[in-house]
Design a protein around this ligand. Structure first.
Ligand SMILES: C[S@@+](CC[C@H](N)C(=O)[O-])C[C@H]1O[C@@H](n2cnc3c(N)ncnc32)[C@H](O)[C@@H]1O
Length: 316
């Protein structure tokens, strides 16, 4: 079953009858043998994808009988890609984020579960501030939109929302637009190729004012980059991850921009590293008189990962 093709990929077996369940087991074993992380899940995602099932409904594929020749070839083709340590999300070119199915393309950052928590937190906070009011329009800026996961989730959940999304990567900008078009959410979204460090004036002229700003910026300390998994280091855009010496190289300009862009009492929602909340709070209290540090929230594993800030009103 594992004869190697000339390019090192695993060749699909000829004349082999194999069920979906057997294929899952076989590939999970093969991944384990080659030190691939999450071998069983990788195998399940690939085979579900090839069979056109939603990534979550693994039990359904157990009911499937023998794979067709085409399906088997495709499984072997995608399995071979995973053997190169390519993340499974890039292998199957799709990933679910909350209730959205998004196209994935290397090296655009793969959305993580913590960011679903960030979106939930924002939706809950907006409900508390605005009540159930559906009449007033809302405007939001997302810095570093990647595949569009955050912006598109917010647009799907809030019908009165208009989003300005920006990213310094052309591939990310294109992928966000492609995902918006696939989901029919493009009419309330403007996506710009802009760098929050270099293009503050352009951002102010295109997106001003906004009711809230949201970002999952690159926040890893450069020294921690080398501890990342081969899957991440070898395939994902490093500028989506590396936040410089103190992890704040993109967060600082976001804060500076916020005080200029936000409407009175407008909010900033940030996903950050666990070491960042007290540093950001101090930065704001000492250097940014227009902003107020409201609170730190923890993720599901109880690590302090989200910061909520507010622009001060005229009365302070
Ligand atoms: C951690 S990823 C988040 C992507 C997406 N929001 C998500 O949560 O899946 C950070 C994103 O910020 C972008 N980025 C990094 N530096 C930036 C900068 N200076 N200006 C604008 N975007 C930046 C990266 O290209 C990347 O897409």
């Amino acid at each position: 079953l594992w004869s190697n093709a000339a390019d090192g990929a695993v060749a699909p077996p000829a004349d082999c009858r194999i069920t979906a369940e057997q294929a899952i087991r076989l590939w999970a074993q093969h991944f384990t043998l080659h030190g691939i992380s999450e071998p069983l899940l990788s195998s399940q995602y690939i085979i579900s994808h090839v069979l056109g099932e939603k990534t979550v409904s693994f039990s359904l594929i157990m009911l499937r009988d023998t794979l067709t020749d085409r399906e088997r070839e495709r499984v072997w083709e995608l399995g071979s890609k995973r053997l190169t340590r390519m993340p499974v999300q890039y292998v199957i070119e799709e990933w679910d984020f909350r209730d959205l199915n998004l196209k994935m393309r290397p090296p655009v950052f793969i959305p993580r579960p913590e960011t679903e928590e960030l979106v939930n937190l924002v939706l809950e906070d907006l409900r508390l501030i605005r009540g159930e009011s559906h009449t007033t329009d809302l405007r939001c800026l997302e810095v570093g939109c990647g595949s569009g996961a955050i912006s598109l989730s917010l647009l799907r959940s809030i019908p009165q929302l208009r989003v300005f999304a920006l990213d310094q990567s052309q591939t990310a900008v294109c992928l966000t637009m492609e995902n918006a078009n696939r989901l029919g959410l493009q009419d309330r979204l403007d996506v710009h190729l802009l760098d929050v460090i270099k293009d503050a004036d352009a951002i102010l002229s295109k997106c001003n004012p906004v009711d809230f700003l949201i970002s999952n910026p690159p926040y890893l300390l450069s020294q921690d980059m080398e501890t990342l998994q081969t899957e991440i280091l070898g395939f994902e855009d490093h500028s989506a991850l590396d936040g410089g010496l103190d992890g704040l190289s993109v967060i600082r300009p976001i804060l500076a921009l916020s005080s200029k862009l936000l409407t009175q009492r407008g909010r900033v929602y940030l996903e950050v590293a666990p070491c960042h909340p007290p540093i950001i709070q101090q930065l704001i209290e000492e250097m940014m008189p227009g902003l107020l540090y409201l609170e730190t929230r923890c993720d599901l594993t109880n690590r302090p990962r989200f910061c909520i800030l507010q622009k001060k009103g005229e009365d302070g």
